[in-house]
Design a binder for this molecule. Structure first.
Ligand SMILES: Nc1ncnc2c1ncn2[C@@H]1O[C@H](COP(=O)(O)OP(=O)(O)OP(=O)(O)O)[C@@H](O)[C@H]1O
Ligand SMILES: [Mg+2]
Length: 263
């Protein structure tokens, strides 16, 4: 391992409740400045992988039973989630977790507090989020519970960005959202990547969509990496489309919502 390495996941196994083996020797890496897609069907192990990286498994009665995760040359095993945020790794959980009673702006501020910023720095950070997500500026005073699903996803991402991360772990950002809003969110992610150098690890069932935005992809099946390659190569591979990605990769139901569609 050299100090220049960014994220390296090395042969990890994850056990839930000392009984359920959810990951069976997963290895992959995220290069600095890239967007990497983590693909796979329901239950393949995408969320487990992200939670292993951000050390959020303990709250699920899960733990790393083998292997190691290396963040910029440091083994992360002994770090807690807040330590990782301080080192630039932040996760946006599946399902748009926002505080419904708080306004959009209050939700965003709650992400900024982890760094104990000055008022000035917090204002600058908010301004930065509103530049990326103009919709949120318009909705800044509205209680989050009253905003749309797409806006809540933007708040969840914006709150994570308030920690000034270098790597964002994003779990199923397209879930339950209308295609047009998903496209908008993915374009913002790509711009953040290109213009600010933020790296992303994106867990998605919607392979067809995410491979248009990612540099590399890894396909999980039953807790193992079943295929990997550049996003362009994976998108071309029929076996990947048919066996691992289901209908989504065939383009038929590319952005078909899993939950109720909301804009
Ligand atoms: N807290 C838990 N306790 C026990 N087993 C779990 C827990 N969370 C996940 N699992 C199991 O681990 C495996 C991987 O689940 P995981 O949630 O990581 O998959 P996923 O790829 O994110 O799926 P989805 O697309 O449905 O979100 C599944 O078999 C699942 O049932
Ligand atoms: Mg999941």
């Amino acid at each position: 391992m050299t100090a220049s390495q960014f994220l390296e996941v090395d042969n990890i196994e994850v056990l839930y409740s000392q009984a359920i083996l959810a990951l069976r020797g997963v290895s992959f890496r995220v290069e600095e400045g890239s967007i990497v897609a983590l693909l796979g069907a329901n239950g393949a192990g995408k969320t487990t992988t992200l939670k292993a990286i951000s050390n959020l498994l303990a709250s699920e009665r899960g733990h790393l039973s083998r292997g190691a995760i290396n963040w910029r040359g440091e083994i992360t095993r002994a770090l807690d989630p807040a330590d990782l945020v301080a080192r630039g790794v932040v996760q946006v959980l599946e399902g748009r977790h926002v505080f419904p009673q708080l306004t959009v702006e209050e939700n965003l501020r709650s992400g900024g507090f982890v760094r104990r910023p000055s008022r000035r720095a917090l204002a600058d950070d908010l301004e930065r989020i509103y530049t990326w997500f103009p919709r949120l500026r318009q909705r800044r005073g509205v209680r989050c519970g009253l905003t749309s699903g797409g806006e809540q996803q933007m708040v969840a991402i914006g709150r994570a960005l308030m920690t000034r991360p270098t790597l964002v772990l994003l779990d199923e950002p397209s879930m339950g959202l209308a295609p047009i809003i998903v496209e908008e969110i993915f374009h913002i992610i790509r711009d953040l990547n290109r213009n600010e150098g933020v790296s992303f690890l994106l867990a998605e069932q919607n392979a067809h969509l995410v491979l248009q935005f990612a540099d590399h992809g890894y396909v999980l099946e039953n807790g193992k990496v079943a295929a990997s390659g550049t996003a362009a190569d994976l998108a071309e591979r029929d076996d990947v489309a048919q066996f691992y990605l289901g209908a989504a990769a065939a383009g038929t139901a590319a952005v078909e919502p899993v939950q109720t569609t909301t804009v």
